[in-house]
Unconditional design. Sequence first.
Length: 213
Amino acid sequence: MSDYPSILLEQAVNQMASLPGVGRRTALRLVLHLLRQSDPEVETFANAFLRLKKEVVYCKECHNISDTEICPICSSARRDHSTICVVENVQDVMSIENTGQYNGVYHVLGGVISPMEGIGPKDIEIDSLVERVAKGGIDEIILALPTTMEGDTTNFYIYRRLQNAQSSNPQIFESSNLKITQIARGVAVGNQLEYTDEITLGRSIVNRTDFNG
């Protein structure tokens, strides 16, 4: 016997609970909240998701989500289009944008290479990244992928692909001095060294910078 007094309520809770990070108690609370709202409010809520699913597109340049074929970042004349930051997903773009420290453009891979999950180089947007670089005008590629084995594997693969593309087809690259960098992996602010894992601590030493007081 169901714990819910209504089959429709149970179905709504099941759908809400299918969302990442939403447990059944939270799902029930959200569904009951919606049930108390007026019909126009619920319709507005539902229509927002329907429009999102039907109308949102992926930018033809960077593969970020957008309302237009070219996203606002790629179409902005204020951005530095000679610098591309390579990220795993859309959330990473939002996180970096929130820092206010980056003014270049992005390239969203849509994942990282993970043989265990059956994700290979052809399953993510690496070819399109090489094509963007081959068009010219790119001075730097910033690799901002997760600090995991899969992220490191993807970083290395991209590095080799770009290096091989330059050496085998130098005529299609406007610049032979493409700079490939990786975001620093140091100790987080507030962390003590004794609680820092060896990999992070080692990389923070290797990537050390001058102390300027």
